[in-house]
Design a protein around this ligand. Sequence first.
Ligand SMILES: Nc1nc2c(ncn2[C@@H]2O[C@H](COP(=O)(O)OP(=O)(O)OP(=O)(O)O)[C@@H](O)[C@H]2O)c(=O)[nH]1
Length: 368
Amino acid sequence: MALIPATILTGFLGAGKTTLLNRILQQPHGYKIAIIENEFGAENIDNEILVQDSTEQIIEMNNGCICCTVRGDLIIALSSLARRRDAGELHFDHVIIETTGMANPGPVAQTFFVDEEVAMHYMLDAIVTVVDAKHAMQQLDQQEEAQRQVGFADKLLLSKTDLVSPAEVALLSARLTRINPRAAIIPLDPVHTPIDEILDIKGFNLNAKLEIDPDFLAAEESHAAEHADHAHSGSDCDHPSHQTEHAETNHERRVDGHHNHHNHHHAHHADDIAAFVFKSERPFEASKLEEFLDGLIEVYGPRLLRYKGILFMDGADRKVVFQGVHQIMGSDVGGKWEDGEKPASKMVFIGKNLPKDIFIRGLEQCLV
Ligand SMILES: Nc1nc2c(ncn2[C@@H]2O[C@H](COP(=O)(O)OP(=O)(O)OP(=O)(O)O)[C@@H](O)[C@H]2O)c(=O)[nH]1
């Protein structure tokens, strides 16, 4: 039987998740959606709002936050929904899990890959994050969870744009893109919510699609050019497990000291969670790359939120696609390089305080 697509809907406290779900439930979009709510407190107002449409099924989880204490409950909720669907008691073709405002989406996402019964019935479609255009700047400054929710996202939906100026939206969007250049940013229309922006995004598919914000790419490239003259050799060994946190911090500091990065970052809000891209037109040597990536994920997995790459491998006429969440990585052989398409690798890494130089130098050493 086909796997049921599941969407994780996240967003900081008060971002507008319930408002959005409520609108989705009232729209005649033809999807039958089961909603899993994760709210604190016995009195659940959200639930009362949501039970307006009898075609949707709602399961509520009251025993705390999904991210740390009740992943087990999420497994139970998902498994029970699937069993009741198989038995013909429930009819739905999509699940949306609304997390609490403080939830870390990572463990929620990992549930779909780690738990066998969940993986047998569901495929994680995407993580969609609602961002409050009025309050996000402050939340991102003060709360790592807010940054994390942005970093994990496949799509960012801006709420409350009616309360701010276009210039504020532009400033926020630029910051969101620096944290996560993979996720498209869509302002929410207060009346009509395009369901296609939320369901069937295929964010976790091993497909040969890796869209990265063009402004982000341009900024990365000019940055790289700016510093090309100042390149210096690193340690002899670039295997990540041979690098220490200490060495890495010193290295970053050295770069900052030389080029006055520090001020540059501050002008931009120095978010701990950020992204970078690796690109090359030279092919990778498979065994070297595999060993390096395994090492990277072993060492930096806990700090890596999302990563994805489309790879040009030496001697292969097909693309290799990989993607992952924390330590869980999947890869597959994709389609052939199209006629007229120049084979090239492109990867994006989103994580917390990642040592970009170690990643880039290490990847460069895996090239043929
Ligand atoms: N002006 C404006 N207000 C909004 C918009 N979206 C949501 N709100 C308001 O923001 C408040 C919080 O919205 P909710 O939908 O409850 O937010 P939530 O993310 O579910 O909140 P928690 O579950 O507490 O994390 C409510 O008063 C909404 O009416 C919007 O686009 N514009």
